[in-house]
Design a protein around this ligand. Sequence first.
Ligand SMILES: [Cu+2]
Length: 160
Amino acid sequence: MRGVIITLVAIALIVDLAIIAVLVFDLQPPLRGGATVTITPDFEITVYGGETNINGQVAYAFGLSPDNLTIPGPTFEFKRGDVVGFTFVNVGNLPHTFTLVLRVDPANPEIIDDYDTGQIEGGGQGRVVVQFNQVGNLNYQCVVPGHAALGMWGNITVTE
Ligand SMILES: [Cu+2]
């Protein structure tokens, strides 16, 4: 009997944590492109990213043009409800990602839902479509370990 109760408490905790995770940033629906896209973006943004040189230093960064990558990357400001299609173009040679995260963490990023291009090879492109349903601040980064520490991250703000 005690085992059953402990199991039920554990299940209840897991359910609670899952609900909290959804409420932390309610981004719907988790779209990846292709046949799964069911809504049309209000905005299309092309984000470039890869290895570059900033002030003579090797840097990994994002930008709005291939020859202007910055640390941090461009700040995006949206209104609640905006549907945004991000196309990520890897202008570097190494694999990189464009990924929405709760906060920048080069080693253990907390990826929001499924908003992650996955690793895109040099010269390749990935896509993420997001509806921003909640006011708040979040980040994007490359989730290849260590890349955010070299500069591959940026801010997203959602206002009412
Ligand atoms: Cu990267």
